[in-house]
Ligand binder design. Sequence first.
Ligand code: FAD
Length: 323
Amino acid sequence: MRRHVLVLGDTRNDKLRHVTFESLTAACKLADGGSVYGALLGKNVSGMADQLAHYGADRVFVVEDDVLANYVPDAYARALETVIRESGAEVVLMAHSAIGRDLAPKLAARFEAGQVSDIVNIQIEGDSLVFTRPIYSGKAFTTNVMNEGMVFATVRPNNLAAAVADSSRSASVTKVTLELPADGLRTYIKEIVKKSTGDVDLSEAKVIVSGGRGVKSAEGFRPLQELAGVLGAATGASRGACDAGYCDYALQIGQTGKVVTPDLYIACGISGAIQHLAGMSSSKVIVAINKDPEAPIFKIADYGIVGDLFEVVPLLTEELKKV
Ligand code: FAD
């Protein structure tokens, strides 16, 4: 069944995040001969339109306005609503990021559409779309079937495969003017205070070195950061480490933190509480370093090292430097 599918470009530091390409690849499959559209909202974002075309967008809708320089819910919702009405999209995909989680239900309510969050797979069965998503903090998966009507879905990064980019394709761009409500916006950004989350984007990282209460202090994160540097990895943390003030809450992984799906997750001094596992148990390979052989993290680890992280981590770093 032909469908028109729209993917909202997810940008960070003036770059498109990889989840956008993963979503576009899925969109091409879902469109089934219909159109694949991209949407770029922001300030000076039109330069990214070709990249959306490389991954399958036939047409890219661009809304550029000073007010979109930072995420403002009312303005973004208005801009995306206009793009959806102009494009006639029936399926709208966006990243399961802070922005996607806010926008998708807002827009779904406006269009009286269905909405499914945090999807890790989409399949076509007959005329229906079948979305797979984790439930019970990742302990089980459920499928949501959409038989008809419009649907908004947020896509968990690092789960849908991205196609190989076709750089011979270029975008057909449609500029859309942002028309704000006459009575103005209800919220606006006064100041952005950036948290120190390191150079690598945690939610899209392929490798994560994560520390728990076992690191014992903010200083104790240093060996983990050195290992992360050698591996080109992001640094993460358990809530135990965040609560103890060893690192910023922006690093927290788990049920009430970020959900990550890296190729390699190295847990150092983390016990493996269920709430932490909720955020990282879908990692492809899990390595646990813990001095307690009974720590629950070893139950889900592919490789376990029983030992003191302050001895093991520097040894690993030194060995990996030689590779
Ligand atoms: P601990 O459980 O104290 O474990 C520390 C580990 O370090 C131990 O296993 C110890 O053996 C090991 N260790 C100590 N010293 C060393 C050393 N030198 N070398 C090697 N190993 C060492 N937690 C999250 O992580 N993310 C969440 O999102 C989250 N959300 C929550 C939501 C709710 C509603 C609740 C109730 C809890 C939540 N928690 C979350 C908290 C969670 O239950 C645990 O308390 C927390 O994950 C424990 O963190 P930890 O493993 O770092 O600390």
